[in-house]
Ligand binder design. Structure first.
Ligand SMILES: [Zn+2]
Length: 471
């Protein structure tokens, strides 16, 4: 065991490292100081002490971790709680170690009532040995960065191990069969879309005008979302999926063993959306609640529902406080961030996997006066294998008719992908340098247009280093 004085020595070194990195403007100090601390002692995280009435919440899954944590953090804050969360999105053990070192006092004490952490799926089994969480949340499971995790089943096993390291309550996405039927005896709560809400809902079919006309036919299979979990988690025969929300998320049942979607504790019962906002009804604790969301996107409905569930399971949060939180919530680390560049408008939407990217494209390609810059890197944090872009539906940009800007280390792969989505090659403008690509794109758009910048993770980091992105 590490003695207190040894822990404090490492803590002070770590704090000094953070201070130096900030002083010399070398970055956010969100990973490196923690990495050094864990090299000096691998149990570093266990030695932090908390105020006695604290709650620890861990959020994992493929999509929506950051937005969910960001929303849950504002809901808790508007209800008067003090919250620590890893808002830079540093979700490995190195990031958690850095976050704790940054936010603790000189004696390693964290004086916050809530510790809310977004956790990388593969890190969960390690972190549940370091900390004793009060709630573990799984947003969904999609194919993501395969080269790092291997198959989805491996990811699932890691999460199961992580959950079963403790007898913590879990909050699960009921619409995702792999997640809903995760193997654990722990107390479970479920969130998802009610069947009534999905049935015939025009907003869930925005990108599918052709499906009603007997499509998809040859060459139009891109209109179908990739279904990634269609096997029964109990008996492995195939599941019948109905009322799909996104990809494989929806209602389902197994004809062989009769497994079906669990009863929902937190459910979206209806919603309407326009180009900028969403109005939705949510049911929990046997009551209906209505919220106005100043943003759009089906994934964000899941994120909001999940964040409402988190704050309800761990605190007394009123509807008024949630609504205030929704208004306050601006952006989490560029997941969607508004920029002002001269007198032109730009938004950043992070892209990282096929389903998330398809949702972003589905939403944005419907907007009038939208212009696009897509930037693809293949560094470790982006996933080294860029073949995922072939599963994302860039085909939604097909009718775009204006120049599309492409950047990043793998700009030429991206350009090729767009070409195969039937985008006129003369309309694809390639510049591997992100700074000059943004400059060029901004000078090319008119004042009435909005530039949507879709970067992968390390392009976004580069934009932050260069001061283009503020968060
Ligand atoms: Zn079955």
């Amino acid at each position: 065991m590490m003695s207190k004085i040894f822990f404090l020595t490492i803590l002070w070194i770590t704090k000094l490292n953070i201070w130096m990195i900030r002083l010399f403007k070398l970055g956010h100090a969100s990973n490196l100081p923690g990495k050094i601390a864990l090299m000096l002692n691998k149990n570093f995280i266990r030695f932090f002490s908390f105020i006695s009435n604290k709650k620890i919440i861990l959020v994992t899954g493929t999509n929506g971790k950051s937005t969910t944590c960001g929303l849950a953090a504002v809901f808790l804050k508007t209800s008067g709680k003090t919250v620590l969360y890893n808002e830079t999105g540093a979700n490995l053990r190195t990031g958690i170690a850095s976050t704790f070192a940054k936010n603790s006092n000189l004696l390693g004490r964290l004086n916050k009532e809530y510790i809310l952490l977004e956790i990388d799926e593969a890190t969960l089994p390690l972190i549940t040995k370091d900390l004793a969480p009060d709630l573990i949340v799984i947003t969904n499971l999609f194919r993501d960065q395969l080269d790092r995790f291997g198959e989805l089943d491996t990811t699932l096993k890691l999460i199961e191990t992580g959950i079963n390291n403790c007898n913590t309550t879990v909050l699960l996405n009921a619409d995702d069969p792999r997640v809903a039927f995760i193997k654990t005896k722990n107390k479970k709560y479920f969130f998802g879309f009610s069947e009534d809400c999905v049935q015939g809902n025009p907003y869930l079919n925005q990108g599918y005008p052709y499906l009603n006309q007997g499509y998809p036919q040859n060459g139009m299979t891109w209109l179908l979302d990739p279904e990634e979990a269609t096997e029964c988690p109990n008996c492995n025969s195939s599941l019948t999926i109905s009322n799909k929300v996104i990809a494989h998320l929806g209602s389902y049942k197994c004809n062989k063993c009769r497994l079906k979607k669990p009863v929902l504790d937190f459910e979206i019962t209806s919603f309407q959306a326009d180009n900028l906002s969403t109005n939705c009804d949510v049911k929990y604790n046997n009551q209906k609640h209505n919220f106005f969301l100043p943003f759009i996107g089906t994934f964000n409905l899941y994120n909001t529902l999940c964040a409402i569930a988190i704050s309800n399971l761990t605190a007394n949060v009123t509807d008024v406080q949630i609504q205030k939180g929704l208004q306050l919530y601006s952006t989490i680390f560029g997941r969607f961030e508004k920029l002002s560049l001269g007198n032109k408008k730009a938004w950043i939407y992070l892209i990282k996997n096929p389903t998330g990217t398809t949702e972003v494209l589905k939403t944005l390609s419907n907007l009038e006066n939208a212009r696009f810059l897509i930037a693809l890197n293949d560094n470790l944090a982006d996933g080294r294998d860029v073949s995922w872009i072939w599963d994302a539906r860039f085909d939604f940009l097909k009718g775009h008719n204006k120049n599309i800007f492409v950047s990043g280390k793998r700009a030429y792969d991206m350009a090729l992908r767009l070409k195969y989505a039937d985008i006129e090659p003369s309309k694809i403008v390639v510049d591997e340098n992100i700074t000059s690509a943004i400059k060029e794109a901004i000078s090319n758009i008119s004042k009435s247009e909005t530039l949507y910048i879709l970067p992968t993770y390390t392009v976004l980091l580069e934009m932050q280093r260069k001061g283009i992105s503020k968060n």
